[in-house]
Every structure is written in structure tokens, then in C-alpha cells.
Design a protein around this ligand. Sequence first.
Ligand code: SF4
Length: 351
Amino acid sequence: MQTLTVAQTPRNPASESLGQELDLSRRADSIDPSLDLEAEIRRLKREKNAVLLAHYYQESEIQDLADHVGDSLALSQAAAKTDADVIVFCGVHFMAETAKILNPDKPVLLPDLDAGCSLADRCPADLYAEWLKQYPGHTVINYINSSAAVKALSDIIVTSSNAVDIVKQLPPDQPIVFGPDRHLGRWVEKQTGRKMALWPGFCIVHEQFNARRLAKLTAAHPDAQVIAHPECEEAVLEKADFIGSTLALLKYVEGHPEQRKFIVATEVGILHQMRRARPDAEFVCSPPNSGCDCAMCPYMRLNTLEKLYLCLRDGYPEIVMDEPTRLRALKPVQRMLDMSRSLSPVQQKGD
Ligand code: SF4
């Protein structure tokens, strides 16, 4: 375990955030309302030799414009391989940071710098470094949903696609610390039979799924299978027929043509790809506690078509990172890429 103390750089302090908002609204006013934004985004991508990476939780219109659509692992792999001059990341801040860690010489743009993540934000690097002092000799495994400063404190980064496989590759007597998602950590413990010290973080979107409401829904849809992301609470996961990363859920739906109805307990953005893959199937959102009909990540939805156009047109906001932090974070990210036995399929445009 590394014993670095890294001062947490706030993702976007309030004054910067307000400044960005004012700047965004000023630039948004400059957009000609008759402009075909999709066509302009395609044109600017070509003109600037930019690659557009989009997470499954983005709006469907953004997914449709992207060169690569995928989960965190697939997009990290795409970022590691790209020969584009500019990377535009339609996802959240930690994902764009991961692309920057892998591509120090390329501008990495994020349409809205406020697109954060509850998991990453609730694991400040200074507190995390303090907490780690209780676990000398442990291998520090961190979910990719963490800031670059927290990644810099880690030995290996994992995603929900490869966490189980990577933990299984470690010697059985090696003690492990896992952060920052306690639900994913508990699920990995169950899959691997390894006990780990867990940082008590959670995702505000996935923690909203409620086992009692899910039970009512399954009673109303007895012909449906429940598929759930491991960031959900244990009580919800116990009711699932299949548990997996966003990509694994999509693959499950594709691979079970006999099944015609699914109750989905993850962010609603993935339904766009599920409906494309299985137009014959019905998808029902697992009800979150919020009282809404489906679960949406408020951070992911900060990226809009207008902000994507503006960031391509103007070349900012850009992810900046100090070199010592980047170099320390690169090691565990690279280790993850090396230990990921199979490439996570990334969907290319036109797939
Ligand atoms: S869905 Fe949850 S884990 Fe994913 S970016 Fe949003 S807050 Fe973070």
C-alpha cells in the first residue's frame, strides 16, 4: 500500500462552478437557433480530428453521435488506444480524468465540469489517505469512480466489469482495502469469498432502488426477469435474477432472446442500447425511492447536446491535472488495463 498524502483538489469549487455556469449561458446565447446541432457536432469532430466517447448513461441523442459508447472499462480502453487529436468525453468528471491520465499530451474535454459523481465526491483524498493508515500491508483496490487524487493512492483500479476477476487474481492471503463503493465491495466479497475492508461510499442513483417496491413490481410482472447493477443495495441484489456491470446487463439482455420482459435496476440511460438490441422485449424501470418512474444520474445529465457543441466549437472546458498526481494515478490504471483479461466490447458507431 502506498502511504502518500495527497491534498484533495476540489473538482470544481463553487466560485469556478458559478463562473462556468455564467460562461456557459453566455456562450449558449450565441448559438444560432436554426443550427442543426447534430450536423455541426459531426462536422466539428471531423475538422478537429476529435473522438467522442460516451457513457451508456448519457442522453440517447449524445450516444447516437458518439464514436464509442460503453461502460467505464470500455471507454478507458478506447481512450488508451485512440489516435485522435482531441478527446471529448461525454460522461462524468472521473471518466474524463481517466482519459487524461492515459493521454497527457491530448486535450480532454468534458462538456460540463460540474458533471461529478456522488461516489467520487464522497471519497476525498485527504480523508481516504487517513483511513488507509489503518490498513498497512493491504492492497488498495479502488473503483474507477474516484478522483485522480484517490486513484493516486491506489494499487489497482477496477470497474464493475472486471472487479471480481481482478480480485480473484490476487494471492488468497493478500489483505485488501476496497473503495469507494460499499455495495460493489460487498458484492465482490460474495463473488470471490474474500473479506475486504470497505470504504462506506455509495452511488445516490443506485442506492435509491428499493427492495420493497421492487417486490411489488415483480408481483405485477411475474413474467419479467430482474437484472441489477452491483452498486445497488444487498436487499435489491437478492431479488435479482442477474447481477452485472452496465455492459454485462446489456449482454445478458442480448443473450436471452427467449426472455421478453426485464425489470432493470440501474441508470435509465442504458435502456436506449437495450431497446436497440432487443426491440421485441419490454423493459420496466425498477422504481427508485425518489417517487420518479426511473433512475437518472443528475451528474451525467448535465452534459447536453448544446454543451457538447460548445465544447467542440470553443475547445473547452478541458481537464487539467498536475503531472505528479497523473503519474501516480497512471500506475494503478495501467495495472487494471493489464489485468483485464478480455477487452470489454466497446460499441463503435454503426454497431
Ligand atoms: S450513476 Fe452513480 S456512480 Fe454513476 S456517475 Fe452517477 S452518481 Fe456516479
